[in-house]
Design a protein around this ligand. Structure first.
Ligand code: ADP
Ligand code: MG
Length: 254
């Protein structure tokens, strides 16, 4: 199989590896032979027009979607189909969605504690300790005893990030984490993500925030119609896009 230009070799640093991944929804071919390698500590920003398959790609990495062909490996292991293995793998892959997806009837603290107890089998005390330190890290420590609806969108999204981090994931996936936020809250969430990136977290970020892509990405993956059309550095992508699709996309959003 030809290796696309700019792709990363499948070396020991590879944390998430997709090889020839295919996905259909009925007659719609939403992921078309996707090859992608994410290395440890890398921040990969995925951009592309609506409907190009970005969310499906994220969901496939977390096995919220099955795939029809090809292979996905996390830290050398193929994605298990189901059961406890799958639960553990999901915990290794933190996911933050556009809609914050917090448990509405649980406090902020419980939201960040539950998975640690249920999946990571921690005792409540150490889980709460870790939760408070993460809530502090994302700047919402004072909201620990409130319910999600009492928080702003930006605060809820930061809690969602803390909840994912509480599982000690190997990689974090962000699917348009700021798209549902009021403009004044976007930056507080991006700042938390920038800090995570500086701390060395491996991240896959689907976003339309081009400022974030320029400043935080090691690599930009541009998708269109279920394919990776360009895969390069942010400097190259924004300064010298090669494909007509990318040029057209950038002309509309910049
Ligand atoms: P993006 O996140 O880039 O906007 P998606 O991955 O959400 O794209 O969707 C890619 C394509 O797959 C779109 O045409 C979308 O309508 C379609 N699609 C996504 N999820 C489903 C589903 N569960 N059933 C049928 N079609 C879907
Ligand atoms: Mg999407």
């Amino acid at each position: 199989m030809p290796v696309p230009e700019g792709s990363v070799p499948d070396d020991g640093d590879a944390l998430v590896v997709l090889r020839g991944v295919d996905k259909h929804f009925g007659t719609l071919h939403v992921l078309q032979s996707i090859d992608l390698t994410i290395r440890r500590g890398e921040v990969v920003v995925v951009i592309g027009p609506s409907g190009s398959g970005k969310s499906t790609l994220c969901r496939a990495i977390n096995r919220l979607e099955t795939i029809d062909g090809g292979e996905i490996r996390i830290d050398g292991r193929p994605l298990p189909a189901e059961g406890r293995e799958l639960a553990r793998l999901r915990a290794d892959v933190g996911m933050v969605f556009q809609s914050f997806n917090l448990f509405a009837h649980k406090t902020v603290l419980d939201n960040v504690t539950l998975g640690q107890i249920k999946v990571r089998k921690k005792d409540r005390r150490s889980a709460e300790e870790r939760a408070r330190s993460l809530l502090d890290r994302v700047g919402v420590a004072a909201q620990a005893d409130k319910y999600p609806a009492q928080l702003s969108g930006g605060q809820q999204q930061r809690v969602a990030i803390a909840r994912a981090l509480a599982m000690d994931p190997k990689v974090m996936l962000f699917d348009e984490p700021t798209s549902a936020l009021d403009p004044e809250m976007i930056n507080e969430v991006l700042e938390v993500m920038r800090q995570l990136a500086r701390d060395g977290m491996t991240m896959v970020v689907v976003t339309h925030e081009m400022g974030f892509a320029r400043s935080a990405a090691n690599r930009v993956v541009f998708m269109a119609d279920g394919r990776i059309v360009e895969e390069t550095t942010p400097e190259e992508f924004f300064g010298n896009p090669r494909s007509e699709r990318a040029k057209d996309f950038l002309s509309k959003i910049l």
